[in-house]
Each structure stands twice: as structure tokens, then as C-alpha cells.
Design a protein around this ligand. Structure first.
Ligand SMILES: *Cc1c(COP(=O)(O)O)cnc(C)c1O
Length: 274
């Protein structure tokens, strides 16, 4: 079964809508007119933030990793068309993006802004993602979601009153650090001993935004059979992992698995080969 978060909003896609919701409210409450955040050149978060800022009347600044390329790719062109100001920083500075030093430099350059971390993952994002299954009557035993920063999974874990098992599929290599990050994000939602969740680390296909021919072939077959679009960075890896786990009889017969379709289709066409 698939929870179609890719359909919640035409532009503010999937999980990013839930991650931004309480951040936008907080920004407004604190009297901010400018939102600033970070992302790579194909970032779904930057795309969603630009659209949300436009829709809700904020200025927005996207701090983009790496150098400016002309013409802009489709993601950044869209962000720019929404009115987002794009600011590029080198990879070394980007690694320090959440440091006070970099924030201070950005403040000197752009003035006062409401800062949203990379991928949008903070306590308010967790609060928003805890609402993903609110009012959804689907019954299931296992809930599965792709993980980048882990904010979405943290919200799903926070919302679980131990009725089901939550499984995260990290899309990046060497994602052990996510255990700690996710525990911290969940505790920001007031839950200190989250139970019944785990990560499955082996499904990254070489790393973040890396693909394999098996993955691409799986996505094409899935899309044809199910008439549901996937992309190779997140949802493709999630569904690939679940299909493999089912085939390996990882789940007991009759286990009901609900996969979160977290959206992200804006980058699909640039990321699928051919
Ligand atoms: C950003 C994103 C994720 C990852 O969400 P995190 O909260 O960073 O783990 C998953 N799927 C899609 C489609 C995304 O755009």
C-alpha cells in the first residue's frame, strides 16, 4: 500500500509540505518576511521552499552548494521564477552551513531572516511530519519511508504509539549517523525513548543521488505496472528495498506494509537516464 503524499500539493511536494507548515507559521508569528535555507542544485526542499514562500508572501533565499551554472537547471530555474534569490557557496563552506559563523556571514549579507536547516529538518518539521497519517484510516503493520536527513521518519516515529513498526530506508551511504540524528529529532518532539523503529542501511545504490541499472529498471517497471511515478533519489530506492525485502521473505506472510510516497517528482526527468 502506498500513502500518496506526492499529491498533497502540486508544487510543495510530499513530505516537504509537512516539514514547512509549522516553520512558515513560526516565521510569520516572529515577524519575519524572509526565509533562508540550504540545498543542492536539484534539491526538492529548495523547490518546495521557493513555491511556499511565493504562495504565502515571504521573500526567500536559497543557499546552494557549489558553483553557479548557466543556464540554470529546471529546479533552480523554477525557484528563481518563484522569486527566490539564489546564493552559491563553495563545498567547504557548505559543510559548515549550520555553524554560527556561516549564519552570521549570511546575516551580514542579507539582513534578518528565518533560517530553515538543510532538508527542512528541525523540531517544527518533526511536528508537521507527525501529522502525515493523521485522519488516515489505513490499517498496517509496518510503515516505511525513505530517509535523507531523517526528519520525516522522526515525525512518523513520534506519531507512532507502538501500534506498528517504522522502517527507514536511508538513501545515502554510511548513514549510521542517522540513528543519532533521528533520536535527537524525535526527542525534540518530546519523546525520549522511541520504540519500534529501525533503519535498513543497505539500499543506497552507491550513495546519495547515485543509481544502479537495477534501480532504474525497477522504477520503469514499477511505473508501468502501478501507474505511479517514482524518482531515483528517494521513492525509487524505498520501493526497490521493500520489493526486495518482500521477495526475501523478510516480512512474515500477511504483514501489511504502508510505504510513504514522499513526492519529489520535480527532479525526476533530469535524474532518470535516457
Ligand atoms: C526530502 C525528501 C525525503 C527525505 O526526507 P528527510 O526528512 O530529509 O529524511 C524523502 N523523499 C523525498 C521525495 C524528499 O524530497
Amino acid at each position: 500500500m502506498i500513502k500518496r503524499c506526492d499529491l498533497v500539493h502540486p508544487l510543495i511536494s510530499g513530505n516537504k509540505w509537512y516539514k514547512l507548515k509549522y516553520n512558515l507559521l513560526a516565521a510569520r508569528e516572529r515577524g519575519h518576511d524572509t526565509l533562508l535555507s540550504f540545498g543542492g542544485a536539484y534539491s526538492n526542499h529548495i523547490y518546495a521552499l521557493a513555491a511556499a514562500a511565493k504562495e504565502y508572501g515571504f521573500r526567500s533565499i536559497g543557499v546552494i552548494r557549489g558553483e553557479r551554472h548557466q543556464p540554470l537547471n529546471a529546479t533552480l530555474q523554477f525557484a528563481s521564477d518563484c522569486g527566490m534569490q539564489l546564493h552559491y557557496i563553495n563545498r567547504a563552506d557548505y559543510r559548515e552551513k549550520h555553524s554560527e559563523l556561516v549564519a552570521e556571514r549570511l546575516r551580514q549579507q542579507f539582513g534578518r531572516f528565518y533560517l530553515i536547516p538543510e532538508g527542512g529538518s528541525n523540531a517544527l518539521a518533526v511536528q508537521g511530519c507527525a501529522e502525515i497519517l493523521q485522519h488516515d484510516g489505513t490499517e498496517f503493520d509496518v510503515l516505511a519511508c525513505a530517509c535523507g536527513t531523517g526528519g520525516t521518519l522522526a515525525g512518523l516515529i513520534a506519531a507512532n504509539q507502538a501500534q506498528y513498526r517504522v522502517i527507514g530506508i536511508p538513501v545515502l551511504k554510511g548513514a549510521d549517523f542517522l540513528y543519532q540524528d533521528i533520536r535527537q529529532l524525535v526527542s525534540s518532539a518530546g519523546i525520549s525513548e522511541p520504540k519500534n523503529w529501525q533503519l535498513q542501511l543497505g539500499w543506497h545504490h552507491g550513495g546519495y543521488a547515485k543509481t544502479s541499472s537495477e534501480l532504474i529498471e525497477f522504477i520503469r517497471r514499477f511505473e508501468q505496472q502501478q501507474q505511479i511515478a517514482l524518482e531515483p533519489v528517494y521513492t525509487g530506492k524505498l520501493l526497490y528495498a521493500l520489493y526486495q525485502l518482500i521477495q526475501q521473505q523478510y516480512f512474515a506472510p500477511g504483514t501489511r506494509v504502508l510505504a510513504i510516497h514522499s513526492g519529489g517528482l520535480q527532479g525526476r526527468d533530469s535524474l532518470m537516464p535516457g
